[in-house]
Every structure is written in C-alpha cells, then in structure tokens.
Design a protein around this ligand. Structure first.
Ligand code: SF4
Ligand code: SF4
Length: 472
C-alpha cells in the first residue's frame, strides 16, 4: 500500500500508486480546466505533488506546454537568478562487481581498460582540475569491496581536500558511490563530503531487477532505501536521479517525485539535487538497444516540470548532453552543469590512448572550461564556482528553509561574483576575462542590499590583490 512515510521501498515507491497516477494523468491530459488549476497552483512556487505533475507531463497541447516553459523559466529566475554552478566529475576507479546492462563498467566487460587511481595519480588529476579552475568535484567509483572499499574512498577524499596548488583548492567533494551502510555514510559525512548522489536508474522494480541481473545492486529495496540510510548516517544533502531511456519516462518521473516527497515526509527535507542523465553510447553499450529513449523535446519538458514541481531542488546536467541541449534546458531550470569533463578513470592530466579506453560514456560537449564559462557569460549567465553553503553549515533543513524564504539569494549572487572573479584572475583566457569583468561590474549593481554590495565590492578588490576564498 502506498505510504510516503514508510521506510520500505515498495511502499513509498508504490507501483500501484504510479500506475494509478499514470491512468489519472492519461484521462486528464486534455482536461484544460484541471490543467489550468494545476498551473495556477504551481505559480505559488511551492511545488506540485506527483499526481498533478504527471497530468502536466501527459498534456500535449503546445500552447499549454509553452506556458509550462514560461513558468519554469520564471521559477528558475526567481530561485536561481542567472547563476549556473560549475563542477567536474572525477572517476576514481572503474572496477565493479555489478552487472548493470547499460554501463560499460559491468563486471563481465572484459575488454574495457580497468583502472584505479593511486593517491599519487589523484594528486596529478586534481592538480590538473585545479589548473582549469574547478572548485567542486563529484567523485565516482564502481562498486567493488576489494578494489574500492570505503577506506579507499575516504583516503581519496582526504587527498583531494589536502591538495593546494597555486591558488587552487577543491572546496566541495560530492560523492557518487554505490548504496552502502549507515556506518559508511557516517564515515563519508565525517570526511566532509558535500552531497551524496545516487541514481536510482529506474524506479520500475521489475525492470530494475532485469537491468541489474547480478551483484549487490540487484537488490532493489537496498538501493532505493539508500537515501534514508544516508540521512540516518548524518548526510543531509542527497542527490537523486534516474537514467532516462531505461524505462517509460512517465513512470520514472512519477517515481522521482514520489521519492522526493518521501524524503520530505520522513526527514523533513527533500533532495538537494536531481540529476537528469540520458542513456548514452559507450564501450559495449548501444543506446538503441533500449526502447525507451526520449527525444530532446520530451527531455526539455521533463526538465521544465522538475523545475516547477520541486523549485528548491538544484538540477544537474552533465556533458552527456550537447551544447544545444544544454542551452535549452539551462533556460528551463538546470542550475548546475559540468564542464570539460573526462568520464574515464584519469584523463585530466593526460588524455587516454584510444586502445586504453576506460570511459563510462561518450561525452557530447567537449569544450574546455574556459569555453564553457565564456559561452555562459555570452548568454548573460554567471558561472559560479561557489561552494559556500556546506562550509558554512548551511545544509539539510537549514539550507532548505533559507531557500524557501528566498534569503539564500543574498548569498548565492555575491558568492557567484566573487568566485567568478577568482576564476578570471587565476585561470581565464584574456577574452573570457574581459567579458567576465564587464559582467561582474554590471551584476554588482544587481545586489539589492547596499551593505552586501559594499562588502562584495571590497572582497572583489581584495581578490585582485591576491586574497582568496571570501564567502557569504
Ligand atoms: S552503473 Fe555503477 S554499479 Fe553499475 S556497472 Fe556501472 S559503475 Fe558498476
Ligand atoms: S551560496 Fe549555497 S546555494 Fe548559493 S551557490 Fe553557493 S553553495 Fe549554492
């Protein structure tokens, strides 16, 4: 029976509830009166529950879809302004004991190069990432108790935080590793991680079990209940995501929102982020063998609706997506993007040879970080390297209450300008620097509180003098 407060996966992600939701959505997809009422409710900016959200997703009326896009864009502006937070993934190891059929790291793939970074290699990789200007990493590793035990992950986090090269520093390490125990989550928390990210892949239990035929990840309940264990272990910022293309997107969308509702109902705080990966070509993997791929328009609609339905949750998109797709969905709600990513184990300090490929998937956006930063600024976005919140203890419900009251804006905007300034001083090409300096000067005037504006201007000056790491 469906119960968002239950701690059992099959009760908070009830298959029956999802099916009823999809029926309800299908029956009402042309019910303009209901759809208008749902859109009016969404304008209150308090989000939407999965049933109402699913009706909007089912609606195919181009006029109403255009209205949804306008609303998503407006909510994006209200909550996130014109800032886009930058990050990079760092793959630590692609050893994996699982059998996920959509991932080239699955245990039976004998021809992919298997690699695991040593601490010395991590120093080199992170130094290269710092030299690009990155401050925020998402570390990734396959599940392998022998090769990648929790002690290895903790050691890597410690190494990453300890590297200080020129003015560089990684100030926030988000972690994307397999579902684990409360005890291990507690250790990750103690190591000072930012967000714990775990993609559900699919909420459809039967498909989940088929797509994960072997290994510990086969256990649907253990995987789906991971965020509850993470929160029990003290991690209060968790990131959800499904791999679009594995199952019917309408099913996944309802499941994703139900998961967010469950976290809110049980822990009083919803997901910190939602990622929206789509299945991509990779060694051993042909995306056309999965029948549920979604086109760019459907993808954009999903992004817009996530923005409308969970306005306080950051939305992340990776370099799996092309420049054109990224451009479209940034406008509709994405708040965080990766830049200059390598999806191989290593590869930042030295590109991999063709016959030594360890990549998890093919990247569609191959631009340098400088090019991505420049491109964002040309579109009048502020690339932000801010990592302030968790370092200031603004996590979990504290963060969410600041978000819901709109006060977080007083931090995000000046922090974006100051971290962009650091980037321009330390890493940007002359042309990017020129565009960025002009942007900072005009955006400084948009800080509403005079006192904050003055402090920010003063910090910007000090950054020019060589001092780093100011934050609100
Ligand atoms: S998706 Fe993760 S758990 Fe599955 S094979 Fe790939 S690395 Fe391993
Ligand atoms: S102030 Fe907090 S919410 Fe805003 S960009 Fe920085 S880390 Fe993110």
């Amino acid at each position: 029976m469906y119960n968002p407060k239950s701690l059992k996966a099959e009760e908070f992600i009830s298959d029956e509830e999802i099916r009823e939701t999809l029926d309800y959505a299908e029956k009402n997809k042309n019910n303009k009166e209901l759809i208008r009422a749902i859109l009016e409710k969404a304008k209150e900016r308090k989000g939407l529950p999965h049933r109402e959200a699913s009706v909007l997703l089912a609606c195919e009326d181009p006029e109403i879809i255009a209205e949804m896009y306008d609303l998503a864009e407006q909510i994006k502006k209200d909550f996130y302004g014109n800032r886009i937070v930058m990050f990079a993934p760092l793959y630590l190891s692609n050893y994996c004991v699982n059998g996920c059929v959509y991932c080239p790291y699955h245990a039976k793939n004998k021809h992919i190069a298997r690699k695991k970074l040593t601490q010395e290699e991590i120093v080199k990789e992170v130094t290269a990432l710092q030299d690009m200007g990155h401050k925020r990493l998402a570390i990734e590793a396959g599940e392998d108790p022998i090769n990648n035990p929790i002690e290895y992950i903790l050691e890597c986090i410690h190494t990453i935080y300890s590297i200080k090269h020129k003015n560089g520093a990684i100030r926030r390490v988000n972690v994307n590793i397999a579902a684990t125990t409360v005890e291990n989550y507690r250790k990750l928390k103690e190591a000072g991680i930012g967000t714990y990210i775990l993609f559900q892949e699919t909420y459809h239990k039967e498909s989940y079990e088929k797509l994960h035929p072997t290994g510990p990840k086969h256990n649907y309940a253990y995987h789906t209940e991971a965020m509850d264990r993470a929160m029990e272990g003290g991690i209060d910022d968790v990131g959800l995501g499904v791999l679009f293309g594995l199952e019917l997107y309408k099913y996944e969308f309802a499941g994703l929102l139900m998961h967010a509702e469950h976290l809110e109902a049980v822990h009083g705080v919803g997901p910190h982020t939602i990622s929206v990966p789509r299945i991509k070509r990779a060694d051993d993997i042909d995306p056309s063998t999965f029948d549920n791929g979604i086109d760019d328009d459907t993808f954009a609609k999903i992004c817009a609706l996530i923005r409308i339905c969970v306005p306080y949750t950051g939305m992340i998109i990776s370099t799996r997506e092309s420049k054109a797709v990224r451009e479209k969905v940034i406008r509709l709600g994405v708040s965080q993007i990766s830049g200059a990513s390598r999806t191989s184990v290593g590869g930042y300090c030295e590109p991999e040879a063709e016959d030594d490929n360890s990549a998890q998937f093919d990247v569609s956006d191959n631009r340098t970080l400088d090019e991505v930063v420049h491109w964002l600024m040309d579109m009048k976005y502020i690339p932000s390297f801010c990592t302030a919140c968790y370092r200031e203890g603004r996590t979990g419900d504290r963060f969410m209450s600041l978000c819901k009251s709109g006060q977080i804006q007083n931090c995000c905007h000046p922090n974006a300008l100051m971290t962009l300034k650091e980037y321009l001083m330390d890493y940007a090409s002359p042309d990017t620097k020129r565009v960025g300096e002009a942007l900072i000067q005009s955006e400084l005037q948009n800080i509403p509180k005079e006192k904050v504006r003055e402090i920010c201007a003063d910090h910007l000056k000090k950054i020019e003098e060589g001092i780093r790491d100011f934050r609100f």
